[in-house]
Design a protein around this ligand. Structure first.
Ligand SMILES: Cc1cc2nc3c(=O)[nH]c(=O)nc-3n(C[C@H](O)[C@H](O)[C@H](O)COP(=O)(O)OP(=O)(O)OC[C@H]3O[C@@H](n4cnc5c(N)ncnc54)[C@H](O)[C@@H]3O)c2cc1C
Length: 315
């Protein structure tokens, strides 16, 4: 008899990861204005090269087009979105309402985040909501999907006699393998897994040894068997960018040898791509890494080249 797999969401990303294929996702940052062409151009650059596209949610706490709206737009262009949702901007009512709405629009993946603090963004005096944190958000989405209840325990039913229509999302969260205290990082990951996370996308990795050591801790606890881990990479365009990532982005470690390589290169941008490709090749060899998440910040035109050079095209 033919065996059928029961999917939680049946998203393309879930199917790819469940089949044990090395998944490739990429980030698409929405614009700071209602610029449809900008979104379409970015989507075109990614189409056919990745399994799913992360739509960021007011990243760096700067106002941008909503991740749900852009998620629907890219879906209509034939790409699968991963809607990012931060706890910074919404309380639990708004989040549940948006999750139901996003599901109705066809969105099947969600990345649950605390979100960058408002002090980093363009409205530094805005109040951060944080009604829930990222772990509570994961748990809420899991309960909506698996127990078919809202956060207050009420069934997701439109009236007593109506059928239950729960949002079946494939649930992700972020992990930062580099922030201090290092030993605590893997415990926080485990908490997210216990809350119901299906996949993890990590903060961008440059310190490969530290990441390998984090993955060792992950394997020692058997966590790579409980959720799919996608390793985050961000190609470096210049020495300036490398130093900015090192000095200004909390929890990102950029080793000096990469900065030296970029400084000595004739074409720093090309060297940055080369480094990124080398990293992906090495990440692929690490047991428990189920895929790669390419965060090419305002450099989406390089994703296809990275995928090609890292030999991920025919994966
Ligand atoms: C792949 C990826 C995508 C991202 N996308 C976005 C995005 O779209 N938009 C955006 O704004 N940011 C985004 N970020 C940034 C991210 O939200 C921040 O880096 C955040 O600090 C870590 O995210 P998290 O959800 O994993 O945090 P968590 O694991 O939930 O927490 C990070 C730290 O904050 C602490 N913390 C959590 N909640 C509180 C609280 N209420 N009060 C005090 N401390 C608290 C935790 O203890 C922990 O030390 C992204 C990060 C990654 C890695």
């Amino acid at each position: 008899m033919k065996q059928t797999t029961e999917y939680k969401s049946a998203s393309n990303l879930e199917k790819t990861l469940t089949a044990g294929k090395f998944a490739v996702t990429a980030e698409l940052g929405p614009p700071k204005s209602a610029d449809l062409e900008h979104i379409k151009n970015k989507a075109k650059l990614l189409k056919g090269h990745v399994d799913a596209v992360n739509i960021t949610d007011n990243q760096t706490a700067i106002v941008r087009v909503s991740s749900i709206a852009v998620g629907k737009l890219v879906l209509d262009m034939g790409l699968e979105p991963i809607m990012q949702m931060t706890c910074r901007d919404r309380n639990r009512l708004a989040m549940q309402s948006d999750i139901l709405g996003a599901y109705l629009l066809g969105i099947r993946n969600i990345l649950c985040l605390s979100g960058d603090h408002t002090c980093f963004g363009n409205h530094p005096t805005a109040r951060g909501v944080y009604d829930l944190d990222s772990i509570q958000l994961v748990e809420m989405v899991r309960n909506m999907r698996d127990v078919k209840v809202f956060q207050n325990g009420e069934e997701i039913r439109n009236g007593k006699k109506a059928e239950i229509k729960e949002p079946k999302m494939f649930i992700g969260a972020a992990a930062n393998p580099f922030a201090d205290p290092f030993e605590y990082r893997v415990i926080r990951l485990e908490k997210k897994i216990n809350a119901g996370v299906d996949f993890i996308q990590t903060q961008c990795i440059y310190d490969m040894d530290r990441f390998a050591s984090w993955m060792e801790q992950v394997r020692n606890r058997g966590l790579h068997e409980k959720c799919k881990i996608l390793a985050g990479v961000t190609p470096l365009k210049s020495v300036g960018m490398a130093k900015y990532m090192r000095d200004k982005v909390a929890g990102v470690v950029v080793p000096d040898y990469y900065i030296d390589r970029l400084a000595k290169a004739e074409d720093a941008a090309a060297e940055g791509i080369k480094i990124c490709v080398e990293q992906i090749r090495r990440l692929r060899e690490i047991e428990g890494v189920a895929g790669v998440h390419i965060m090419a910040i305002e450099w989406e035109q390089k994703v296809a080249e990275i995928v090609e050079k890292a030999q991920l095209k025919k994966r």
